[in-house]
Design a protein around this ligand. Structure first.
Ligand code: GLC
Length: 709
């Protein structure tokens, strides 16, 4: 089969067969949305389905594929889509945690391994990477993406597309990547799932689109439109962004699919009066595949009859779908992926451990960590202490959660010569506090308490918005009881988002964000707590002090009156500091790194220049360390109020004890462009501030002025 063959095929297809190719139906055991019709052998045999989702496993996928290829009139193969977000059989850290590694190599390697495992299970496409910029921890899907910053998310996007797709989409170990959810789901009103996002067009182009541009430039095969509306236009019907920007301006010629039942939900959005109108709106916007709602198959004929839709748009959609199947190698060998069996190998487990240790973020530490030799009796307290199955986080479909080591297991394996007592105290979500007494008693006889608290695996991810993103259930009472014993407490937070935990930040001797780390959880946590691994992760999101600060992020536009603690008439709260609990990029290690001598290669620049930026990093400790050094910039004056800080890059540097090194960045002039009034990226003459630092706290950044001629 080749492109000419595809044209011949389209010319032969009936309308029903074309609409069948544009239909993706659920067929497997995973439920990722409201129950709708399932794919049946009859619907597949009739050519009414072009792809299936939520199904994996060699036998199941081969059976449906055989049906499509041998028993339909034209024998067009199906493709199978699965949510492979952070692993398939081997579970890796949730994307938000992995983003904190600030390491595209890790991001690409885990995607590559996940692709190999999922492809061996019959998947041809993954509904990942998720690229929603998220600045509101009430929104549970913050867990699925790369955090708050467009540049971080863009680099994450490119690495994940490379990892999933590999060098050849037809390779049996490759999956087509689907960049999702296009776009702005993370700006849902009040962090409530599926709610409308009302944003300026400037914000959409400055903040939410760059990761999708990066995914397209990396060659992603597909894009999924988001559920929500933006500025009153549902993304699944958004002609300006899907057709004008994505297809025409960016030249994206891959497949656009709706999210789960999102075409039918155009009726709920109030922009379509019926299914025929919904079908027509989505087709007009350039959505090729109808995921689950079956609106295209059932109501597009009526839309055509009513003159709402055009056959040429249907043919264009079918063409893109068939080209995807051609690129996936499915016409040549529909079973190409399931022929090669792949069990999770040792390399997968090692990779999972490496990704896990690099995702652990040390938030506070008064020196109690790493654990010293004098610590002989350890009380491990809390509902997340011995909870293997909670260590996987959301969006784990095919994997066995029991593959994870629990925190307790990791500690016991790492500290065989210590007495380690376990008391759960409370459950994750329940109200029963009867176990707090025993937990308290265990603490009183211990040299140290390790308090393991946080969310259950499924308390983040889709349909998991929380109005009170703190410790669920009665864990706060447990924490108070443990802290009140006066014993030294190290608090470990399992979560899919920053939790509002000011008490722990204040009163625990150390606070560690362990997120959801997957297969390597317990072992990696023990490596960090014992000091066998010097923690390196940095926060990919700003961590709020209170819900009242949300949304909170470092790249905000200047206030009319910037905060000034001595002047009441400036931008601040009367009951809380403006500063977050922890800034973007925050993360401690067991070393202390100092930055000095920021130097720019030139004081003035013009379009096309590349400006050298250099800083000296010194390791003041006796431990080898890896530090992440951030490069920020601020345009002092621009056509539109420029953000007070923008991330322009980062560098990871390995430093031996007491070693100093020069760390260099290259800043291309174009990276300092801003959106002009016509929303075109343009470099404006004038002064910029260039900053370098260990996180986004502007009080501690080194800075230098740079003038654009
Ligand atoms: C869900 C999610 C999306 C997922 C899809 C298929 O509703 O929004 O992220 O890929 O359906 O499971």
């Amino acid at each position: 089969m080749d492109l000419n063959g595809i044209e011949r095929l389209i010319a032969e297809m009936t309308l029903a067969e074309k609409l069948g190719q544009m239909t993706m139906s659920p067929a497997g055991s995973a439920r990722t949305g409201p129950v709708r019709g399932e794919a049946t052998t009859e619907s597949v045999r009739a050519g009414g389905v072009g792809s299936l989702l939520n199904i994996w496993g060699r036998e199941a996928t081969d059976r449906f594929q055989k049906l499509a290829v041998e028993e339909t009139r034209l024998g067009i193969p199906l493709f199978f889509g699965v949510d492979v977000l952070h692993g398939h059989r081997t579970v890796f850290p949730i994307p938000l945690a992995e983003a904190g590694a600030f390491d595209p190599g890790v991001w690409e390697r885990t995607a590559r391994q996940a692709a190999r495992e999922a492809a061996a299970d019959g998947a041809d496409l993954t509904f990942a990477p998720m690229l929603d910029i998220a600045r509101d921890p009430r929104w549970g899907r913050m867990a699925e993406g790369a955090g708050e910053d467009p540049l971080l998310a863009a680099r994450f996007a490119a690495a994940k597309v490379r990892g999933f797709q590999g060098g050849d989409l037809a390779s049996p170990g490759s999956l087509a990547a689907t960049a999702k959810h296009f776009c702005c789901g993370g700006a849902a009103l009040a962090g409530r799932e599926y709610a409308a996002a009302d944003l300026s067009e400037r914000a959409v182009h400055e903040t939410y689109l760059p990761p999708f541009r990066a995914a397209v430039e990396a060659g992603c095969a597909a894009i999924m439109s988001a559920f929500n509306s933006v500025g009153g236009v549902p993304m699944t019907a958004h002609v300006p962004l899907l057709r004008a920007w994505l297809r025409e301006k960016l030249g994206f010629d891959g497949v656009i699919m709706s999210d789960y039942a999102a075409i039918e939900e155009l009726i709920d959005h109030g922009v379509a009066a019926d299914r025929a109108e919904a079908a027509a709106l989505a087709l007009k916007a350039g959505v090729d595949i109808d995921m689950v709602s079956n609106v295209y198959f059932s109501s597009m004929p009526e839309a055509l009859a009513r003159g709402l839709a055009r056959m040429e748009d249907i043919d264009a959609a079918v063409r893109r779908i068939l080209v995807l199947k051609l690129r996936l190698g499915l016409f040549d060998d529909p079973h190409r992926r399931t022929r090669r069996r792949r069990a999770p190998s040792d390399t997968a487990k090692k990779l999972a451990l490496d990704a896990a240790r690099r995702a652990i973020t040390l938030l506070t530490n008064d020196g109690i960590l790493p654990l010293g030799e004098k610590i002989r009796r350890i009380a491990v307290i809390g509902p997340l202490a011995d909870a293997r199955e909670e260590m996987v986080g959301p969006w784990v479909l095919a994997a066995d959660p029991r593959q994870c080591s629990s925190i307790l297991e990791g500690l016991r394996a790492a500290l065989p010569d210590r007495e380690i007592i376990l008391e759960q105290g409370v459950t994750i979500k329940g109200d029963d506090m009867s176990g707090i007494g025993a937990a308290r008693a265990a603490c009183e006889h211990a040299d140290l308490v390790i308090l393991c608290v946080g969310e259950a695996a499924r308390m983040s991810g889709e349909a998991a918005s929380r109005a009170h993103p703190g410790l669920p259930g009665r864990q706060h009472e447990l924490a108070e009881a443990v802290l009140s014993t006066g014993r030294p407490v190290i608090a470990l937070l399992s979560s899919g988002r920053p939790l509002i935990v000011p008490v722990l930040a204040e009163r625990a001797r150390a606070l560690v964000a362990t997120w959801f780390l997957g297969a390597g959880a317990g072992e990696a946590i023990a490596e960090v707590l014992t000091g066998r691994f010097n923690p390196t992760a940095r926060l990919p999101v700003t961590w709020p002090r209170a819900v009242g600060q949300i949304p909170i992020f470092f790249a905000e536009r200047p206030a009319a009156r910037p905060a000034n603690p001595t002047d009441p008439f400036t931008s601040k709260y009367i009951d809380l500091p403006n500063e977050p609990l922890f800034p973007f990029g925050h993360g401690l290690s067991y070393s202390e790194i100092r930055l000095d001598n920021l130097r720019l290669g030139q004081e003035e620049f013009q379009a096309g220049d590349k400006v050298a930026v250099e800083v000296e990093a010194r390791n003041l400790s006796d431990r080898t360390a890896q530090e992440t050094i951030f490069l920020f910039a601020r345009d002092r004056v621009a056509a539109a109020a420029p953000p007070v800080l923008e991330l322009k890059g980062w560098a990871k540097v390995d430093l031996k004890p007491r070693q100093a090194k020069k760390v260099s960045f290259t800043l291309a002039a174009e990276e300092l462009s801003g959106l002009d009034g016509a929303l075109e990226w343009r470099l404006e003459p004038g002064d910029f501030d260039i900053f370098v630092g260990l996180n986004a706290d502007r009080r501690y950044l080194l800075s230098a002025r740079l003038r654009c001629r």
